[in-house]
Design a protein around this ligand. Structure first.
Ligand code: CA2
Length: 146
C-alpha cells in the first residue's frame, strides 16, 4: 500500500517550542518514526510538509492515481481551509486527519475542522503515535487483503 503523509504549517518547527503541547520530538524524529514504521509494515510512505496552503492542495491532488490513502495533519489550516477540504473531496482517497495535540480540549477555534467531513477517521491527542494509528487504520481497512 502507498500512503501519502501530509503535514501543514509550522510542523517543521516541532520540538523547538511548546514541548508541553506537542512534545519534545522534532519534525525529523517524526519523519524517522513514520519511515521506520512503514518499513516494518512493508508499505511505502511519502512524507511531505509545507507552510503554504496552495502547495498542500497541489500535493493532495498529486496523490490521485498514485497513492491509496492519505494521512493529513493540516495544522492551522484544519480550522480555516475550504481549499484543503475540496482537494480531499476531489481525490476521494481514504484520508485520516491527525493532530498531535487534543484539539477538542484547546481553544474553541481549534474544535472546528473543515477537513473532517472529507476524512474517514480523526486521531487527536495521541502525539506522534497518532500518525502510526492512522497508518494502521488505512492498512487494516483499505490495504490489500491476503
Ligand atoms: O495538534 C496538532 O497536530 C495541530 O494540528 C498542530 C497545529 C495547530 O495549529 C493545530 O490546531 C493542532 C500547530 C502546528 C505546529 O505548531 C508549532 C508551534 C510552536 C512550535 C512548534 C510547532
Amino acid at each position: 500500500m502507498k500512503i501519502l503523509i501530509i503535514n501543514g504549517p509550522n510542523l517543521n518547527m516541532l520540538g523547538i517550542r511548546e514541548p508541553d503541547i506537542y512534545g519534545k520530538g522534532t519534525y525529523k524524529d517524526l519523519c524517522d518514526l513514520v519511515g521506520s514504521y512503514a518499513l516494518n509494515k512493508g508499505i511505502e510512505v511519502c512524507i511531505y510538509q509545507s507552510n503554504h496552503e496552495g502547495d498542500l492542495v497541489d500535493k493532495i491532488q498529486s496523490a490521485y492515481g498514485e497513492f491509496e490513502g492519505i494521512v493529513i495533519n493540516p495544522a492551522a489550516y484544519t480550522h480555516t481551509s475550504v481549499a484543503l477540504l475540496d482537494a480531499l473531496k476531489a481525490v476521494a482517497l481514504p484520508a485520516v486527519e491527525v493532530h498531535i495535540s487534543d484539539v477538542s480540549a484547546r481553544e474553541d477555534f481549534r474544535k472546528i475542522s473543515y477537513v473532517r467531513s472529507a476524512c474517514v477517521k480523526t486521531v487527536s491527542g495521541k502525539g506522534f503515535a497518532g500518525y502510526l494509528e492512522a497508518i494502521d487504520y488505512l492498512l487494516n481497512n483499505y490495504g490489500e487483503k491476503e
